[in-house]
Write a protein that binds this ligand. Structure first.
Ligand SMILES: Nc1ncnc2c1ncn2[C@@H]1O[C@H](COP(=O)(O)OP(=O)(O)OP(=O)(O)O)[C@@H](O)[C@H]1O
Ligand SMILES: [Mg+2]
Length: 265
């Protein structure tokens, strides 16, 4: 008898063409910001869903102005995602109160992921973007085991201190057979408001050369800009609130790269 693997349980979500995982080695590097803006940017041309699976700090409800919302249950007994800026939104933050989440362990997380993937009325989607917690834990594993993930976008800041964590995360995705679509370098530089010049915020580390050895392309570089933080707080992604800005334009380019890497037919 052939050996069974946990990945034998993988089942596509009917109607969903591509699942994209947004991940990082470390916390606080801008994963949720990238996931939110990437989903919103993709949503300008595609049918898009955004799943906030960050059990330890679901921050997308705040970033999309949807705090304290409770999704409805529809006639088919499925959870109806909220609609924000044309994208379908579901967050673990809608289902549980924040203080209880941190004590969740393996089996509960697996069950919660099941609900998100199977019991939400996602409908027809070109892309389902999933915001993961940082690192390489049970949520990542359960996503990889339950559904075919088309690819992962890795978010990192450029410093060397992040490198060990990035390597560990890349290694995990390799092991579970998820393709790395590319790296988004966040908070890499700042634009000097006086003269428009780029200011590097950190010495260039080894991240880029490591990514090259892994054949993972850099698909975007987002500057540090306080207006990104303000947009998050205000609940309107920068792709919507300041469309003409360099940051919004970069997110639109990243979305274009993702469409090239994962075409919808
Ligand atoms: N390019 C940027 N410029 C300025 N502020 C940013 C930028 N990217 C993210 N931020 C801010 O940094 C903070 C952390 O970002 P975010 O929540 O997206 O990170 P995260 O990786 O999802 O964190 P966690 O690991 O806690 O989930 C937020 O307050 C966000 O507004
Ligand atoms: Mg986050």
């Amino acid at each position: 008898m052939a050996a069974t693997s946990p990945f034998d349980q993988q089942q596509a979500i009917p109607g969903v063409k591509h699942i994209i995982a947004v991940s990082s080695g470390k916390g606080g590097v801008g994963k949720s910001t990238v996931a939110t803006n990437l989903a919103t940017a993709l949503g300008q041309k595609n049918k898009v869903g955004l799943l906030d699976a960050d059990i330890y700090g679901p921050s997308i409800p705040r970033m999309l102005g949807s705090l304290n919302q409770k999704p409805a249950i529809n006639k088919e007994q499925k959870i109806e995602p909220l609609l924000r800026y044309g994208i379908k939104l579901m967050s673990i933050g809608f289902l549980i109160d924040e203080s209880s989440a941190v004590v969740w362990r393996g089996p509960m997380l697996f069950k919660a992921m099941d609900q998100f993937l199977r019991d939400v009325s996602w409908g027809e989607l070109d892309y389902l973007v999933v915001d993961l917690p940082p690192g390489t834990g049970d949520v990542q594993l359960s996503l990889a085991q339950k559904v075919p993930v088309s690819g992962a976008v890795m978010v990192s800041t450029p410093q060397n201190v992040s490198l060990t964590d990035v390597k560990r995360a890349v290694d995990m995705f390799n092991r579970v057979g998820i393709r790395m679509l590319g790296l988004v370098e966040n908070m890499a530089y700042m634009i000097n408001p006086a003269n428009g010049e780029k200011i590097q915020l950190f010495p260039k580390g080894e991240l880029e050369s490591y990514m090259k050895t892994q054949s993972i392309p850099k698909i975007g570089e987002i500057p540090f800009n306080p207006s990104i933080g303000l947009a998050c707080e205000a609940g309107v992604p920068i792709v919507e609130s300041y469309k003409a800005g360099a940051e919004a334009q970069e997110f639109l380019r990243i979305a274009e790269r993702v469409r090239e890497l994962l075409p919808v037919t």
